[in-house]
Design a binder for this molecule. Structure first.
Ligand code: MSP
Length: 527
């Protein structure tokens, strides 16, 4: 039986325009999903939108539209962005969809019947923009929300509670016994300390607004956001309507989330699942933030970078490459336009682009575009190149398997550098001058084309469009979508192949000025 892999991103709030920080999270998940498909897994990759809550209701009221009309427009923008970023999600869940509403209500019903949801009174301080409750002790010096520093509201209302406290011991035991459950380790330790301080029951309903999923049988209450949001992970994989699919994909292999929401995913979510007698996800991975000069990118700080504009300017693959290469998963990473341009010029235009261009040019010039049979010809450098290709694929596989994505990218690029060095070592232009070296020349050009074929496979999860272009320029037989990691074995390029004409993958970006003021001169050119 084929192995399955279920990966999720968080579902995004449609309260603000998505920025490159959100795109970071989705790019990571997409790369992991694509890698697993390449490795032969049946993958289900889920993303979506988290649409309910008072904040959305108020914004819609201000704009004079219904909440659903308001979110429809924004969510269409999310979907367009993911498409333009080459995100290969298998489903997009909207929490306002009927299929999800049914799941949330059924989960509420089941846990209520079990006795782990009860009615009580909620008193607290609520920050609407952050959709968070705070205690007096947590407020900032001005008595405002410690996160966004805006005023909080006192609320007292009848509400439903989930008995989180019932599950604290079991959860702690599970975390301690399963080292991989929360990653990276720093987040795991934070969560262990948090749970050890004791868990209070969780308020899961509100009566002060109605843009939400009604509590079954008590419709003046709507289910409060996290209970609604987290359960999205069960909706599209057949929780209520397709037992076979559900058995295949649950438990999830990884919920990839930003570090500030690890707490909700590794405490509330497992307790809901325990109350439902469902197995817990295999891993919750808390990635770091994309920061600008040390500050988290966010709308309230006014430092957001619009991913659509960046895609227009540089192309999706260059942005994906930058995000994956520059930031170590789990740590914060800096975004800067200058660093992006430097990476494009050095790693994409120069290293990868030149290797392809030079190789195809030489095959065209010296052999009429054909990979001719070396008939025993060889050079003293061939064996080390083939050995290095194998080592690169092995390392890349190991690194991808342990989610060391930026290391896997570096490994692929080291091999690009290795293949470029092989051109210098073998000097094909010199071989071409000597008729006695015809076989050696054919071997060198074959080895370069073969290296590029293997590179295209390693690049596929990172820069899918570029990988496909390499496949097409090499004119390799078959559909690139059908290529698997197991094809990254030396020797699969057919002899006699006529390669295509080279087309530049990434034009170099000329910049004017220095440092932060650097601007792109050759506008309009994309990968
Ligand atoms: N709706 C909730 C998630 C519910 S999941 C059941 C939410 N939405 S969000 O839109 O505010 O954030 C979604 C994700 O984007 C989070 O994982 C968050 O960490 C991530 N990011 C938002 N800004 C970011 C950066 N500047 N950098 C990296 N990731 C960032 O939370």
């Amino acid at each position: 039986m084929r192995k399955s892999f279920y990966i999720t991103t968080p579902i995004y709030y449609p309260s603000a325009k998505l920025h490159i920080g959100h795109a970071y999270c989705t790019t990571l998940a997409d790369t992991m999903a694509r890698y697993k498909r390449l490795a032969g897994y049946d993958v289900f990759f889920l993303t979506g939108s988290d649409e309910h809550g008072q904040k959305i209701q108020r914004t819609a009221e201000k704009e004079g539209v219904t909440p659903i009309a308001y979110v429809d427009g924004i969510v269409a923008g999310f979907q367009k962005l993911w498409e333009r970023l080459s995100v290969s999600n298998d489903d997009f869940i909207r929490t306002s969809e009927e299929r999800h509403i049914k799941v949330v209500q059924e989960i509420f019903r089941r846990i209520y019947e079990k006795g782990d949801i009860y009615k009580g009174e909620y008193k607290g301080l609520y920050c609407t923009p952050c959709e968070s409750y705070w205690t007096n002790l947590q407020l900032d010096d001005n008595g405002c929300c410690p996160d966004c520093h805006r005023p909080v509201e006192e609320v007292a209302e009848e509400a439903y509670f989930f008995r989180l406290s019932n599950y604290a011991d079991r959860l702690l035991q599970h975390i301690e016994e399963n080292e991989d459950f929360i990653q990276p380790v720093s987040r795991r330790n934070e969560m262990i300390n948090f749970i050890k301080q004791g868990l209070e029951d969780l308020c899961i309903s509100r009566t002060s607004f109605d843009w939400g999923i009604p509590v079954p049988g008590d419709e003046k209450h709507v289910i409060y956001v996290w209970f609604d949001a987290l359960t999205n992970y069960l909706t599209p994989i057949g929780f209520l309507d397709d037992a076979e699919k559900f058995a295949k994909f649950w438990p999830a292999d990884i919920h990839l989330v930003g570090k500030e929401i690890v707490r909700f995913h590794s405490i509330i979510w497992p307790c809901i699942l325990m109350a439902l007698d469902l197995p817990l996800p295999k891993q919750i991975y808390g990635h770091g933030w994309l920061v600008v000069k040390g500050d988290k990118m966010s709308k309230s700080k006014g430092n957001v970078v619009d991913p659509l504009l960046l895609i227009d300017e540089f192309g999706a693959d260059a942005i994906r490459y930058f995000l994956l290469r520059e930031i170590n998963l789990g740590q914060d990473g800096n975004f800067s336009r200058d660093a992006l341009i430097t990476r494009i010029n050095a790693d994409l235009a120069n290293d990868l682009g030149n290797l392809l261009h030079r190789t195809l040019n030489m095959i065209g010039k010296f052999q009429g575009g054909i990979l001719v049979d070396p008939a025993g010809g060889a050079t003293e450098f061939d064996e080390s190149l083939t050995a290095d290709a194998k080592t690169a694929v092995d390392n890349y596989t190991r690194e991808m398997d342990v989610r060391a994505l930026s290391d896997a990218v570096k490994t692929a690029w080291n091999f690009i550098g290795r293949a470029s060095k092989y051109i210098d070592e073998t000097a094909p232009w010199a071989l071409a001058k000597d008729p006695a070296k015809k076989g050696a020349l054919a071997a060198v050009l074959y080895n370069l084309a073969e290296s590029l074929r293997i590179i295209s496979i390693m690049v596929a999860p990172i820069m899918p469009t570029t990988a496909q272009k390499i496949h097409e320029q090499l004119n390799l037989p078959g559909d690139f979508a059908a290529v698997r990691l197991s094809d990254a074995e030396w020797g699969k390029t057919p002899l006699g192949l006529t390669v295509g004409t080279p087309v530049q993958l990434f034009p170099r970006i000329e910049i004017e000025g220095e440092g932060k003021q650097a601007v792109k001169k050759n506008k309009g050119k994309k990968s």
